[in-house]
Design a protein around this ligand. Structure first.
Ligand code: ATP
Ligand code: MG
Length: 330
């Protein structure tokens, strides 16, 4: 069976953007793939984190994976820092990656512009992501559109590494991964600024709906989402980015097509549309939140994570050994 790998940073509580762009696909793909879902806490510390918050968010994110439907019997759920091969492989990847490639990355440019002091780790984030992916000999990486550039970098790395270190008659040491994003919803926009990506680390809480927001809060945030003054519900990303974003969220959360939704609300007005959208979002999140609450209280979660780390370590250390041998460490 083919492998899939993906991760989310415990840099806050995941948003409906993370859910639609990536996490929703986790459950859909776990039946057909050997799946590895990671809580990437090493990525999270590329910007400042409060230790107690980071610890809390890490466990909470693992519980959310399960609450939204990832089955620990089918998929491996684990915490990145519990598999040392990630940091070890990342060092090799860094040493084989031209600095210029990293300085060009959009995420680095965006995030470094927001930071007073920029850590070296923010620049070398993509090599760590390359390590995450290659260690599991990953075929498919379900992530949002914003990670496409990092996946391209991963593909370039795999090609370069295999060309340089694999003997002529051998199969490549590393598997070439493919990018996988939903047709719609690969880039959900902020509710307060539809030209900006929705992000869980946004300081403006009104810009996102988090998966753990209260129904009342969800209603309020969606009702105050920025739209436009035309009052017409239609899908037009250029001229109506706010309404188009809400339509995308509606469609992804309900499984209905955008056309179908536009038809239903053609004469409805923004008030009614937003109210119904909030109800749709709540109907998906409420049962998930109930499962989450139960998991957080149980010791089951700790057993799942211990088992996940064991399984991930087995696979990752095998690839790490191959890389070390190729490079001349063994
Ligand atoms: P941060 O602001 O800390 O970077 P984030 O919201 O960007 O948080 P990540 O942990 O960086 O979340 O990304 C987790 C996954 O969610 C990735 O696959 C990423 O591509 C996807 N993702 C992030 N933001 C969006 C979005 N607005 N729309 C769709 N997918 C998204
Ligand atoms: Mg991000």
């Amino acid at each position: 069976t083919k492998r899939i790998f993906s991760g989310v940073q415990p840099s806050g509580t995941p948003t409906i953007g993370n859910y639609i762009g990536a996490m929703k696909q986790f459950t859909e793909l776990q039946n057909d793939f050997d799946a590895y879902y990671c809580v990437v806490n090493e990525h999270a510390i590329t910007v400042a984190q409060d230790p107690a918050e980071l610890r809390k968010n890490t466990r909470s994110l693992a519980a959310l994976y399960i609450a939204l439907g990832v089955d620990p019997e089918k998929a491996t759920i684990f915490i990145q820092s519990q598999v040392p091969a990630h940091a070890q492989a990342a060092w090799m990847v860094q040493c084989l990656t031209p600095l210029g490639e990293l300085e060009r990355m959009t995420q680095f440019k965006d995030k470094s512009a927001k930071q007073g002091s920029v850590s070296a780790g923010l620049l070398t984030y993509p090599p760590l992501m390359v390590a995450d992916i290659i260690l599991y000999q990953t075929d498919l990486v379900p992530v949002g559109d914003d990670q496409k550039q990092h996946l391209e970098l991963t593909r370039n790395f795999v090609e370069r590494f295999n060309n340089r270190f694999t003997g002529k008659k051998e199969e490549g040491i590393l598997t070439m991964p493919e990018f996988y994003a939903p047709k719609e919803g690969g880039r959900i926009m902020s509710l307060q600024d539809p030209l900006k990506k929705m992000s869980k680390s946004d300081e403006n809480q009104k810009g996102f709906v988090s998966l753990l927001d209260d129904p009342k809060v969800i209603m309020k945030k969606i009702k105050s989402a920025v739209t436009d003054s035309s009052g017409e519900i239609s899908y037009d990303k250029e001229n109506k980015p706010g309404v188009s974003n809400l339509l995308t969220i509606y469609s992804s959360m309900s499984g209905r097509s955008i056309d179908d939704i536009v038809n239903e609300y053609a004469d409805a007005g923004y008030g009614k549309f937003k109210q119904d959208l909030a109800d749709v979002v709540i109907s998906v999140l409420e049962p998930m939140q109930a499962r989450y609450d139960k998991l957080m209280e149980s010791s089951e979660l700790d057993d799942i994570l211990a088992d996940g780390a064991k399984r991930a370590n087995e696979v990752a250390s095998e690839t790490l050994a191959k890389m070390e041998k190729a490079i001349g460490f063994r």
